[in-house]
Design a protein around this ligand. Structure first.
Ligand code: GUN
Length: 306
């Protein structure tokens, strides 16, 4: 029994396993899809667009395709040349907007710098905007009447809720104010709704004395893209950490020459945490699961939350 004494006093955080949870969500969606098809609904269909050949984007799109194929959602990807202009992109988007067999359309970010990202977000028909990037959908989210839930933010909230960590009444500290993650997550976590009701602090590049703020967090959500920036002495005992960062660092022992790490120094923070979502295998797969759910929603299979 001596080994037991060895472990005594050493905390082991629960792992918020987004890979396992997303697999259960996909299985549930597949059941609903098969039922819907039997009841005469059209097969849900997602179209993705990519301008250029940004490698991480290609990897993310492949993950979206795999999820769709597993569930039975139809999928088509258009890769347009890097030099595609606004007019050509508008034409490609409006063709998909007008195609009634397509229920969800997303244009992968980042776009080449000559394209106007905000204008591109306005091109996608709001009822097909499964990213929830269109101003109409952002507005609906803002007033608490969302048509679609933003994929990464909703994935973070659903991961916390699935493990019994309701943000209600908690001090949530979000690091990063991006349009894709930080801003919608801050909004959703403060809304008077399921997964909300938190006291939210948003930190960013101009925040002074960041560690003094992160130490107050009951739930900490770093989404900044700086490898292992959050150190062990930046968090309090019992913190719940959802690491959104996906950073590549060189690693000669890996075949591909790099490995993925989050924004959190996992080995320092994990012993102090009650629960932690790792990178990879935490938020990433949840984002894709929510996207699939949004496509099913767009096709009339489910509502926002089921
Ligand atoms: N780039 C990084 N994340 C996302 C996402 O969720 N949607 C789109 N369209 N582009 C992204």
């Amino acid at each position: 029994m001596e080994w037991l004494y060895f472990f005594k006093g050493i905390n082991v955080a629960a792992i918020l396993d987004g890979k396992a949870l997303s697999s259960r969500i996909r299985a549930d969606l597949k059941v609903k899809l098969d039922q819907g098809i039997n009841n005469g609904l059209p097969r849900p269909f997602l179209t993705t667009m990519q301008v250029g050949d940004d490698l991480p984007s290609t990897v993310y799109i492949r993950a979206k395709q795999r999820a769709c194929e597993e569930i039975g959602i139809g999928f088509r990807h258009f890769r347009l040349p890097a030099e595609t202009g606004m007019d050509a992109l508008r034409k490609a988007v409006s063709e998909v907007n007008d195609d009634p067999s397509v229920h969800g359309l997303l244009v992968q970010s980042p776009l080449p710098s000559h394209l106007n990202e905000i204008e591109v977000q306005r091109m996608v028909a709001p009822e097909k905007d499964v990213d929830c990037f269109h101003p109409e959908n952002v507005g609906l989210l803002y007033i608490g009447n969302a048509r679609f839930r933003p994929c990464t933010a909703a994935g973070i909230i659903d991961l916390l809720l699935a493990y019994g960590f309701d943000p209600a009444g908690k001090n949530v500290v979000i690091i990063g104010r991006s349009v894709i993650v930080g801003r919608p997550l801050a909004l959703m976590m403060m809304l008077k709704a399921r997964g909300g009701n938190a006291t939210v602090t948003v930190c960013h590049s101009r925040t002074r004395d960041l560690p003094s703020i992160t130490r107050q967090a009951d739930i900490l959500v770093p989404a900044i893209g700086i490898a292992e920036m959050i150190r062990g002495d930046w968090v309090k005992e019992g913190v719940i950490v959802v690491d959104v960062g996906i950073n590549r660092i060189p690693d000669a022992t890996k075949k591909r020459g790099y490995r993925l790490v989050g924004d959190v120094a996992f080995r320092e923070v994990e012993p102090k945490a009650e629960a932690i979502a790792p990178v990879p295998g935490g938020v990433g797969p949840m984002t894709v699961a929510i996207l699939s759910r949004n496509v099913m929603n767009a096709a009339g299979y489910i509502d926002n939350y089921s």
